[in-house]
Design a protein around this ligand. Structure first.
Ligand SMILES: [Zn+2]
Length: 181
């Protein structure tokens, strides 16, 4: 671990030599881990490089430090997809005893940026990573998509519908932002 100072803030970083890299690179991982990738035979100074990009580094570190990285990858997907399907099906059945909407097909995907979606035809799709969230959060996502079957928008009427089974939806919606897929 290396350490440097930017604008009076101590910045810790790792230097990772890379045979594939052609030039210096910077990555900020969830949790705030900062890695400088250096081409194997490079004579460039990682610290000078870091300082040249100080603005970006500070912003990224701030943005990532509060975020929680969820597990992922193909193996994780294969392992958890059946679980996710069972969870989603059961919770849709549960909440739909209240809503009584007509639900089309339900699919589980390895989506990159979305937790769930609802098509015009009434099909619902969810990220398998729901299984990595707390029951409260996954319920919120499931109810959110379920309610789009009735309100295909984010109007006040839509949120009222969500609130009928998830009164804490505002809080949950907010805390979802601290997860990255
Ligand atoms: Zn929505």
């Amino acid at each position: 671990m290396h350490c440097t100072e930017i604008n009076g803030t101590k910045i810790y970083y790792e230097v990772r030599p890379s045979r594939r890299a052609r030039r210096l690179g910077l990555t900020v991982y969830a949790g705030g881990r900062l890695v400088v990738t250096v081409p194997a035979r490079s004579k460039d100074n990682p610290e000078a490089f870091l300082k040249r990009h100080a603005g970006w580094v500070l912003v990224s570190l701030r943005r990532q430090s509060g975020k929680k990285q969820l597990p992922g990858g193909v193996k994780d997907y294969k392992q958890n997809r059946p679980l996710a399907h069972r969870l989603v099906s059961e919770r849709i059945r549960h909440f739909n005893t209240f809503y009584k909407f007509t639900v089309g097909n339900v699919t589980i995907r390895n989506t990159r940026s979305r937790w769930g979606s609802c098509s015009r035809k009434g099909n619902l799709s969810f990220s398998y990573k729901l299984v990595h969230l707390s029951p409260e959060l996954s319920d919120y996502i499931i109810v959110h998509e379920l309610c789009h079957l009735s309100e295909f928008n984010h109007s006040a009427a839509f949120w009222q519908l969500v609130a009928k089974t998830i009164p804490r939806y505002k809080e949950l919606r907010h805390s979802l932002r601290s997860f990255i897929h």
